[in-house]
Structures are given as C-alpha cells and as structure tokens.
Design a protein around this ligand. Structure first.
Ligand SMILES: [Zn+2]
Length: 485
C-alpha cells in the first residue's frame, strides 16, 4: 500500500508539474498580465511602434515613420495612450509623433536629453519635405511634449517604472528597461531600441540591461556578419587611407552620408586621420547640409554626452577643426566649382537619391581620379546601389536651381564602400547583446526583414535555448509574470 501511495503521489506531482508547464511554468496566466501589441516594424524595418498595456495604463514605445521623409500611416492607436517612450531620434522611430499629437494625443514623450534636442530637428526636416501636412499647432505641441529623462535614472508614470540605458547606435539612443505592474507581480520588459555596431567614435559604448523577463529586440542585420565587425579602428583606418590616397593623387572625394549621426562620425574620423597625416591636413572638408549643421550644433553643446575618446579628442568644442567648411546648400555648388585644391564633400542623402548628393556627383563622375565613398546601407534600386554595383550607364535625377533634371551618365569615378560607419550591430553583435541579458524567458524580434529576423532567431535558439518569436504586425501577446522577477 505504501509503495502504491508513493506512486500515486509521484503521478499527481508529475500532473501538477505538467499543468504548470502548460500554463506557463513558474508564472500564472492572469487578467493582470501586461500586454504588448506590435503596431509597426514587424517583419520589416520601418515605422517602429509598440503599444504596452499594464496596470490599466497604455503607452507606446516609439512612433516612427516608414522612411527618412516621414511616410507611412499612423497605426490605429488607442485614444487612451497616457505617454510615449521614444528610444531615439531617427525618423523611423519618431517620424509620426506630430500626427499622433494631431490625432489628439497630449501626453509626455519621454526620451533622453540628446534625443529631446535631435528629434525636433528631424521632425522639422520632415515637415520641410512634406509641407504643412501636420498643422503647426500639433507640430508645436509635439516639440513641447518632449520630456527629458537622463540615462540611468529611474522614472515612473502611472505605476510603470522605466530607465534608459545606452544603446550606442546614435547620440542619445537608448534601450529601455520597463517594470510593468502585473497584479501583485512585476514584469521586466526590455526594449532594445536600435543597437549600435560597437564602432562609434563619438557615442559611448552600449550598456546592456543586466536582466529581463521578456525582450523586444531589433534584428536589422540579424543575418549579416561583417568582416569589420568588432574591428572598427581598422575599418576606419582603411576608409581614411582610401580618402587620403585619392586626395594625394589630385582627386576629389564624395561621401554621401545620412545627416543624423553618420555625418558627425565621418567628420570626427576625417579630423582624426588628418591629425595623423593619413588624410592630407591641407585638404578642405566641405559639409554640405543645413540639417547636418543643426545636428552638429547639438553634438557640440552636449560634449558631456560624448564618448571618452571623443572628449579626449576635443577638450574644447567638439567637431571643430581647421579644414572644416560648413557650407549651405545654396552656395555649395559655387564652392565646388570654384575651389582649386582637392577636397572632401560630405553631403546629405546617403543613397544619393535626393538633396545635394546627385548635384555633386554630376560634377565628379567623369574623372576616374575622383572617389565616391559609400558608407551606409543602399536601398535596392537606389542610385547608390547602382553605382556600388558598377552599373553603367545610370540615370541621375537632380535639381539645379529651380529645375528638375535627369541625365544618363557613364560613371568613371572610383566607388568604394565601408561598413566602418554602420550604426547597427551585425549578427554577432546582436547575439552578444542578447547573451548578456540574463533570465530572458522570451525574445520578440522586430525591426528586421524576415530573413534577418529568422537568422537571428535561429542563432539565439541554438546559442541560448531561449524561446524566440517573430511577431506579425498587429499581433498581441501577454507577458505572463515570471515569479521572482
Ligand atoms: Zn535608428
């Protein structure tokens, strides 16, 4: 009898364990469990938006547009949003905020100090491109809505506690730790934001959250391993040598670069290698973008937010150096046409699709001594992608004065690319980041094309054994509390 009772006890223990596993292991499914809704950047990279409901409070993490120019529809967001947490100032994370305010939202937008200064510049740029699609009053309310929370300081709103950690991706870019009320429990959700490539000269390294119950993570380059990954200094030096050699041989150098972040990194790297003599110190460096100048001004006023390396490099005002010429687009072509010594032109529009990049190209393409340096991702079919692939002839659309022009050209100039300036971690960097977050019960991958998300999901499952999901747009998931969190 005794033996039989023991056997029954063993069976019922097993049944209870099985039930516990079935209903989520150590936690219990409950009406109090926080919910997350994937409203954007699901199985794609644009329009980041996550809606979180916890303890009766709803808020959004990011409200991004589809492209650099502010496109995309505002997701169908609940009227009851209490606040927004903004991870960083790129438009695919903040671009639709004015439309959210126009739709009636009137809460705070919590972000880091640098983001609060940079995001208004980007939103102003979008407004300039798209005209007055958002009423001035809504735009002004958006700008007034930014509420600064320094890195590392815990803040709270409606029972939700949160803290920004450095993500390195861009000045002010953050990952967010969120302590979500769940009845008597708390769920620790980490949203990675965009994770830097470990190669920034200006922005301090990432601070990876020590632990999480659940993680919503970007996967932009989840399937890409870069030769230069982790070797940023050699990548930068290779770039500098190519620039230096072209200038010494009498050529000009065109570096189309996104205005926010990339342009400032390029400026610092050129300055560094001019000091080292790798790039001729007498060569002038024209930065041709009004938006870039506004952004550079923010970098200059936030010296304390820069990396130790950058502060050592700039004991005074950052990003001021003798060869730098900050020109306005209005006058830049005159500058290009009149100067007599080889020079570097850093222009806006990283894929040469618009702004002044194609205008400069039209003055440079015929000379094989000139160099075009591609330093960012090129959308398929863009002029940058075609030039990089060596296509000839290529069609260039550009604006000269008030005229829209287009011309087929046979590019003779040299074209090189460098991954040294990528703002995103590659597959190894992303796996390294998530490996450092302890206790993660489940990872949701967003902000990546499906093949990149799938590749990262596979490597996370294999390396860590963690449950991974790639949610569809509109998917809603409960975050069941993990006991002891
Ligand atoms: Zn970004």
């Amino acid at each position: 009898m005794r033996a039989r009772a023991a056997a029954v006890a063993a069976v019922s223990t097993a049944a209870v364990l099985a039930l516990l596993l079935l209903f989520g292991g150590r936690g219990a499914r409950s009406a109090d469990a926080p919910r997350i809704e994937f409203r954007g950047a699901a199985r794609s990279v644009g329009g980041s938006c996550l809606v979180v409901t916890a303890g009766g409070v709803r808020f959004a993490v990011d409200c991004g547009s589809l492209g650099e120019e502010g496109g995309g529809e505002l997701p169908d967001l609940p009227d009851s949003l209490a606040f927004v947490i903004l991870t960083h100032a790129h438009t695919d994370h903040c671009g639709l905020l004015p439309r959210l305010f126009e739709a009636g939202f009137d809460g705070p937008v919590y972000c880091t100090r640098a983001t609060a200064r940079l995001a208004p510049i980007m939103l102003g740029m979008i407004r300039g491109i798209s005209g007055a699609s958002v009423a001035r009053a809504a735009f002004d309310r958006t700008i007034a809505g930014f509420s600064e929370v320094p890195f590392g300081r815990e803040a709270a709103h409606g029972g939700v506690r949160f803290r920004f950690r450095r993500a390195e991706h861009l000045l002010g870019a953050a990952s967010v730790e969120l302590w979500l009320p769940a009845g008597d429990d708390t769920v620790l959700l980490v949203v990675s934001g965009d994770i830097g490539g470990g190669n920034s000269l200006l922005v301090p390294p990432a601070e990876i959250p020590a632990r999480a119950d659940y993680v919503v993570m970007e996967s932009t380059y989840g399937g890409v391993v870069r030769a230069e990954a982790g070797g940023s200094a050699p990548g930068r030096e290779k770039f500098a040598r190519a620039v230096g050699e072209a200038l010494e041989a009498g050529g000009d150098v065109l570096i189309p670069a996104f205005t926010l972040g990339r342009t400032q990194e390029v400026m610092a790297v050129i300055d560094r290698y001019q000091r080292a003599g790798v790039i001729p110190p007498e060569s002038e460096v024209y930065v041709d973008s009004p938006t870039a100048h506004k952004i550079t001004a923010v970098y200059r006023t936030l010296r304390e937010e820069l990396s130790e390396e950058a502060r050592n490099m700039y004991p005074g005002e950052p990003l001021r150096f003798p060869s730098l010429r900050e020109v306005r687009s209005r006058t830049s072509m005159k500058v290009h046409d009149r100067r007599h010594v080889p020079a570097v032109f850093v222009t806006s529009s990283g894929d040469l699709s618009h702004a002044n990049s194609p205008r400069h190209l039209m003055r440079m393409f015929e000379d094989r001594g000139n160099l075009l340096c591609i330093i960012g991702w090129q959308p398929p079919g863009s002029l940058g992608a075609r030039l990089l692939a060596g296509e000839s002839p290529v069609l260039v659309r550009y604006r000269e004065g008030n005229e829209n022009l287009e011309e087929w050209i046979d590019p003779e100039l040299s074209v090189e690319s460098s991954a040294a300036f990528s703002g995103h971690a590659d597959a190894a960097g992303l796996l390294g980041w998530i490996s450092a977050v302890r206790g993660t019960r489940k990872v949701f991958l967003v902000h990546g094309e499906e093949r990149n998300a799938k590749a990262l999901a596979k490597s996370i499952r294999e390396a860590l054994g963690t449950d991974v999901e790639i949610p569809e747009r509109g998917a809603v998931r409960e975050l069941v509390p993990v006991r002891g969190s």
